[in-house]
Design a protein around this ligand. Structure first.
Ligand SMILES: [Zn+2]
Length: 310
């Protein structure tokens, strides 16, 4: 990668930020800033009813409390529908989009044995409908729109995880880029936003590692460059359980009452391997200390136990 780094953090404000989100933000921030790069904030509030303004404001307040800063006004996905529509129309004009009228029950019945916790591959039941059939079905049901994916392997070298490849048609299948209620899908919005904002480095959790080949296909199809990717291990609690939204004692409303910003940052940085001991640390110190080589490659266990602390 040549030129300056532009990184980003892109939270979905459907609840209060928890430590797993904050770890992603911290590593994305440190990775960009430690090389003099830019850092952007994007609020992924596409699903407006689930992401009210109040929670977006809270999210920004939490990030500021910890000392994070960003180089442009935050981007709100909820304001960008026309932009997504333009690229959606481009994909349609290429013949890559088709309506899917399947109900949840039909999708469920058609499922072949699925691949672990991955989403099932769509059967393409609606891929060959004639225009007459589409017109008829539209009278009773508004369709989701799916993107046709190629029988092609997409490979990339993740900066932290290592090599990843996926055959889109066989392992992912045609996926929804606009829901039946008209909301644009996550994959499409993310690809467009990152490209138009000049983001060239993406640090995020491994739970969405397998979104990347789909996003690379979209980037290629729409004529965008692919950024570099760093998928970080998931954050586990002190007992080795995956953190979840239900862990209210690990969200910022609880933590900010018992810890300073520097204690929270230092504890997260230590948990991830960025610094060698668990002590309070400012973002400036962590920027100087940061090196991807030190970031843990397996699950990251949180060096904090609210039960023990309380
Ligand atoms: Zn269908």
């Amino acid at each position: 990668m040549t030129g300056a780094v532009t990184g980003r953090f892109a939270p979905t404000p459907s609840g209060r930020l928890h430590l797993g989100n904050l770890l992603c933000c911290l590593l994305a921030y440190l990775s960009a800033r430690s090389r003099g790069g830019r850092f952007l904030l994007r609020i992924e509030d596409l699903d407006v009813p689930r992401c009210p303004q109040r929670l977006s404001d809270q999210c920004i307040e939490d990030l500021r409390f910890l000392g994070f800063d960003w180089d442009e006004a935050p981007l709100y996905q909820s304001t960008r529908t026309e932009i997504y529509q333009k690229y959606f129309d481009e994909l349609s004009a290429m013949g890559l989009v088709y309506p899917c009228f399947c109900t949840r029950a039909q999708l469920h019945a058609a499922i072949a044995p699925n691949l672990g916790d991955r989403e099932p591959v769509y059967s393409r039941a609606c891929a060959g409908l004639t225009q007459a059939e589409i017109t008829e079905r539209q009278k009773t049901r508004s369709p989701a729109m799916r993107l046709r994916v190629p029988d092609e392997v997409f490979s990339f070298k993740d900066g932290h995880f290592g090599p990843v490849s996926e055959n889109l048609a066989r392992e992912c299948g045609d996926y929804i880029i606009r829901r039946s209620d008209g909301l644009f899908g996550y994959q499409l919005a993310v690809v467009i936003d990152d490209a138009l904002s000049g983001v060239n480095e993406i640090v995020r959790g491994r739970d969405i590692l397998f979104s990347t080949p789909r996003q690379m296909h979209l980037q290629k199809t729409l004529g965008f460059d692919s950024p570099s990717y760093y998928h970080i291990p998931l954050l586990m609690d002190a007992n080795g359980r995956r953190l979840a939204k239900r862990d209210r004692d690990l969200d910022l409303s609880a933590l900010s009452k018992v810890m300073t910003p520097e204690q929270i940052l230092g504890m997260l940085a230590y948990s991830a391997g960025v610094i060698p001991e668990n002590r309070p640390a400012s973002l400036e110190e962590l920027i100087r200390a940061f090196d991807w080589k030190n970031v843990k490659r397996d699950d990251i266990r949180l060096a904090y136990n609210p039960q023990a602390a309380g």
